[in-house]
Design a binder for this molecule. Structure first.
Ligand code: AMP
Length: 163
């Protein structure tokens, strides 16, 4: 993985320790407030606000990395299914001004009704507007530990193919 000490994620700064894949045009990183265990995000490295503003190469790379992440996480978290989602624009619930794919591992019975996950994602967005949303964020150490475990899964097999 190429090194950088931090990355811009819309209006935020991500520590490199959160990032577990860096391809030529995309990064995959752990979420500071996951909706379900293993909820991670994939973004273009370039700060692109909307999906429509991405180049063909960026779109292709973003979805190849998303596919790769879901394939490995399936084995790692022993989860048979995924919800992949993208909130493209404020009215769709996008809170970070930078394209990102949510990858959420799914298991049987994880929500009473399958589509309740979308309500949870919505509630989770609302919480970003609380007075002290940071109270709900995971520590840098916890995120770095998760990213370090995931990084090993990808370093072994794929780094050379996606760099
Ligand atoms: P959306 O509401 O679709 O824009 O999703 C934003 C996502 O980014 C949420 O899942 C947040 O928990 C996540 N997020 C925001 N800032 C950070 C950050 N600095 N590090 C990791 N995840 C973040």
């Amino acid at each position: 993985m190429s090194s950088a000490s931090c990355y811009t994620f819309g209006q935020y700064v991500l520590k490199a320790s959160q990032v577990f894949i860096r391809s030529r045009l995309s990064i995959a990183f752990v979420n500071r407030k996951p909706v379900v265990p293993g909820h991670v995000l994939v973004s273009p490295i370039r700060v692109v606000h909307r999906f429509r503003d991405m180049t063909i190469e960026e779109v292709s790379d973003l979805f190849l990395v998303s596919q790769l992440v879901s394939m490995e996480i399936q084995t790692h978290h022993l989860c048979p299914s995924f919800t992949l989602s993208m909130q493209d624009g404020k009215e769709a619930g996008q809170t970070v001004h930078h394209v990102h794919v949510h990858i959420l591992p799914r298991k049987a019975g994880d929500f009473q009704n399958n589509d309740d996950i979308y309500t949870e994602i919505e509630k989770h967005n609302d919480s970003l507007h609380l007075d002290n949303p940071g109270d709900q964020w995971r520590s840098d150490e916890e995120m770095a530990e998760e990213a370090s475990i995931l990084r090993k899964l990808f370093d072994k097999k794929y780094t050379q193919n996606i760099e």
